[in-house]
Design a protein around this ligand. Structure first.
Ligand SMILES: Nc1ncnc2c1ncn2[C@@H]1O[C@H](COP(=O)(O)OP(=O)(O)O)[C@@H](O)[C@H]1O
Ligand SMILES: [Mg+2]
Length: 274
């Protein structure tokens, strides 16, 4: 099985990266495709959302510095077809260690390669930390594609230009010349507010088909699920949140099947409130 590596990334915190990593992974797995969710955030929120614990055999930190095989860290989850590699605070140390290595941008790509080559997973989805640091740039170097969650709020696109700039640098440096974008995902959409509607309208007007048709509604259920170590598909399987992530998974898989991704960087509109 050919493995596609997807980074869920945006250096802004609180935009729905972790929520999307967990629930999109679960929905893709539910649709029958084996997924490995790699938690690259030392906060470990994706790990706890899935109820994964770092084993005493080694952490992602050990794998990142080449002291433990990445493949040994793969854990099963309760859900069929869904596997995870958990993170803990130790991983923050990898930022410093990896920065000292030669060719440090490619470190995650190198240590992940045997897992890719195992052919066990159709997708490896990486939940990135909220910064443009070493872990994030390593993720962008290891990834085939980046999926960017955008919160439906004022200044939704703040920082997007910078992220796109980093993507270009990674492509041009030769570290990952084919890095593409899966799409932009509107998250925490509140249909009752004018601002949410205005942001969605503007983002779609500017970025057109790069934006997924599926959007994730703001839902208390979505925010409650992690405290029960459950995905939204388990916590509220028939609710609007689960439905939205299933619709997104379908659209994502359809883009994958049809080979639709975007290389050209979307430019940030010059004069805009978003
Ligand atoms: N669709 C949503 N509806 C309601 N709350 C959400 C939604 N998506 C995320 N949240 C909540 O918003 C906060 C930030 O989301 P999170 O996925 O952790 O963002 P990030 O990983 O980008 O920092 C969390 O408390 C999460 O539960
Ligand atoms: Mg997060």
């Amino acid at each position: 099985m050919k493995t596609k590596v997807i980074a869920i990334a945006n250096q802004k915190g609180g935009v729905g990266k972790t929520t999307t990593s967990v629930n999109l992974s679960a929905a893709i797995a539910e649709a029958g495709h084996p997924v490995l969710l790699l938690d690259l955030d030392p906060q470990g929120n994706a790990s706890s959302a899935l109820g994964l614990e770092v084993s005493i055999d080694g952490s992602l930190y050990a794998a990142m510095i080449g002291q433990a095989p990445m493949a040994d860290l793969v854990c099963k989850t309760r859900l069929q077809n869904l596997y995870g590699i958990p993170a803990d605070l130790d991983l923050a140390g990898a930022e410093i260690e990896v920065a000292r290595m030669e060719g440090h941008l490619g470190q995650l790509r190198r240590v992940l390669q045997p897992v890719r080559d195992s052919g066990k997973f159709e997708f490896i989805i990486m939940d990135c930390p909220p910064s443009l640091g070493i872990l994030m740039t390593n993720a962008l170097t290891a990834a085939d594609e980046i999926l960017i969650p955008i919160q439906c709020e004022y200044y939704a696109l703040e920082g997007l230009g910078k992220l796109v700039g980093v993507m270009e640098q990674i492509r041009e440096s030769g570290a990952n010349p084919t890095l593409a974008m899966s799409g932009l995902l509107m998250t925490m959409l509140d249909v009752r507010t004018n601002i949410s509607a205005a942001v969605v309208r503007d983002v779609r007007a500017h970025f057109e088909e790069v934006v997924f048709q599926a959007a994730i509604p703001r839902s208390v259920r979505i925010s409650e699920a992690p405290s029960f170590s459950q995905t939204i598909l388990e916590y509220d399987p028939k609710g609007a949140g689960a439905t939205a992530y299933r619709v997104l998974a379908k659209e994502f898989l359809d883009r994958q099947q049809r080979g639709i991704s975007f290389i050209g960087a979307p430019q940030r509109p010059e004069e805009s409130e978003i």
